[in-house]
Write a protein that binds this ligand. Structure first.
Ligand SMILES: *Cc1c(COP(=O)(O)O)cnc(C)c1O
Length: 381
């Protein structure tokens, strides 16, 4: 019964046979030229012209004041949490429905994820669920927010723009402001996505992007921290470059810090890819439009769409099946037929590491977990 759907997905990619992957990188611009240039310059490591250029391009694309290039999106999140002051034993509000990196980064600081439900349309953190959870458990002490059930400080909130769909970030930030909770926006999947005319990743105190091989554009591996706060930007640069005190020849460091700087080789690839970002996104939005038109006429399968007034990069297209058994049948049929599809992530609170973490009511996340599937979303050539 899913044959028609599989035929349609293949027709979108002009791929009548063979394996059709979920998301393949494309290198059709200046990638090779810039990589060779970086090698010829001998600056292949963590200092180089492409690293600086990459940061300038990220400032231009997002409209944020500062961008700091780092080794990957997980490291960006780790540093983002440190920048807003997350410490051991703190709780960090997060989504159960996210990639593991979000919960891992919180754990690197020995902080504890505190899960809040998502919205059914955006698949991202729900303002209603956040408001409800905070009014249930939050207590202000000396201007800081504490969880009165656990006694822990609630030190940050990390909403995530799932698959490039913008979540209701202005409402999330407004609620967090009421409780004096800084927001670290996980925009790993949403480069080029806008919430009401403003680029995702420019609403929080700090935000983070990923340039992993499966993301909208890639540097092989890479990440970026973005902020409008000059002091935070300076600190981000300092602690991602071993906290070395600038000097022409002396090696002295001001604190224990990290070697998280993006190498120039990766930045060269990133610059070439960012030059094509708009083209990629036009292409991906066109793909999404074809999918939406098809699934709007299909009984039982629903495609996930951007909110009105928002603009998604449609990094990964997602569809929703009526039930878990339909979902399983679709996964099996499509993968058996060479069309790669995969279920959305297992909920973080169901993984053994995070099963005892504090959480609100997660009904929507649970429903989505068993019914959402990602379908092929590469840039069409
Ligand atoms: C990709 C991704 C990251 C970062 O991943 P890296 O592979 O470390 O670059 C973080 N959060 C989310 C939601 C992601 O999808």
């Amino acid at each position: 019964m899913y044959q028609e759907t599989i035929n349609f997905i293949r027709s979108v990619y002009n791929s009548p046979e063979g394996n059709l992957y979920l998301h393949e990188p494309r290198f059709i611009g200046n990638e090779k030229a810039y990589l060779i240039d970086a090698i010829d310059s001998t600056f292949v490591s963590s200092v180089g012209a492409y690293v600086n250029r990459f940061e300038e391009m990220m400032v231009e694309i997002t409209g944020a004041k500062y961008a700091i290039a780092v080794v990957n999106g997980t490291a960006a999140l780790h540093i983002g949490l440190k920048l807003v002051g997350v410490e051991q034993g703190d709780e960090v509000l997060s989504q159960p429905l996210t990639f593991i990196a979000t919960a891992n980064a919180i754990s690197y600081e020995k902080a504890i994820p505190h899960f809040v439900d998502v919205d059914e349309d955006t698949l991202g953190m729900s303002p209603e669920a956040l408001q409800k959870r905070l009014s249930d458990v939050a207590e202000m002490r000396d201007g800081q927010c504490f969880n009165k059930e656990t006694g822990n400080r609630i030190a940050a909130c990390v909403p995530m723009h799932t698959f490039g769909l913008a979540l209701r970030i202005d409402e999330i930030v407004e609620i967090c402001n009421q409780y004096n909770i800084p927001v670290v926006e996980d925009a790993a999947e949403s480069l080029g996505s806008y919430y009401k005319e403003k680029h995702t990743g420019t609403f929080g105190h700090v935000s983070t992007f990923s340039f992993n091989g499966n993301k909208t554009v890639t540097s092989g591996g890479g990440g970026a921290i973005v902020t409008n706060d000059e002091a935070l930007a300076k600190r981000a640069k300092h602690i991602t470059t071993t906290a070395k005190i600038p000097h022409r020849w002396e090696f002295a460091h001001s604190e224990i810090a990290y070697n998280y700087r993006m190498p120039n080789l990766n930045a060269a690839l990133a610059c070439a890819q960012l030059e094509q970002l708009n083209e990629y996104i036009e292409n991906k939005r066109e793909t999404a439009k074809m999918y939406h038109a098809f699934f709007d006429n299909q009984k039982g399968i629903q495609s996930i769409k951007e909110l009105k007034d928002c603009r998604s990069n449609y990094w990964l297209n997602a569809i929703r099946l009526p039930s878990e058994s339909d979902r399983n049948a679709f996964l099996e049929f499509s993968n058996d037929n060479g069309v790669m599809t995969r279920p959305i992530w297992r909920l973080m609170n169901e993984l053994s590491m995070f099963k005892d973490c504090p959480k609100g009511d997660l009904t929507i996340s649970k429903k989505l977990e068993t019914t959402i599937i990602n379908i092929p979303s590469s840039v069409r050539v």
